[in-house]
Write a protein that binds this ligand. Sequence first.
Ligand SMILES: [Fe+2]
Length: 243
Amino acid sequence: MEARLRGLRAELEADACIVNGENLADGVGITPRLADRVLAAGADVITLGNHAFRRAEIAPYLESSERVIRPANTSALSPGRGMTVVHVENGTRVAAINVLGSLFLHPATSMFEVIDELVEEARRETPIVVVDVHAEATSEKIALGRWLDGKVTAVVGTHTHVQTADARVLPLGTAFITDAGMSGPHDSVIGVEVELALRRMRTGLPVRFATAQGDVRIEGVVVTCDAETGRATSIEPVRILVS
Ligand SMILES: [Fe+2]
């Protein structure tokens, strides 16, 4: 990310950049230092997911950060926020919202219970609203996309790490993809050294995972929208070979 993100932003003419960073710290969680490095590398906002609080030192950082958000439907007592609005390079404002799906991920409340209020709050500030739906089930992600169609600029899925082939603008103008993919080593089992993942899965024994090294790619999507209405006009998947 540090080597390529700035150049990629220029190349893709991206006015804003949102990165899901919940696997930055050796695959699980994020630390203040890593968050600062990704923001310095060119991200405007970092979203998180089911591993948001894995590293204890991130809690006070989340309390004060306006650029690193965690899922909005974690416990009401957990640190941080699930929505933010930031000024981006071309002078517009972009809102980012992060929510967690229910299957396997055990949020405190359903994302559907919190999303309407968050979208309303975001839209009071700016018409450009991007939702990171961090979820295991394709159905939950598509359902949220359809629920928010016409109400937000984009609904982008994360967590499953494999870029899906369904990027499209939904009928009422919301860009959608079930999973944006993984920026990381693709010669792996979703980021983990193949041999270690296989050993744990085959034997059921506890195996300490390590991040793989090969076939590093940056994956994501580029969403184009009308700055006045927030409506998306296109969504294109991005897959860049880094090393
Ligand atoms: Fe996740």
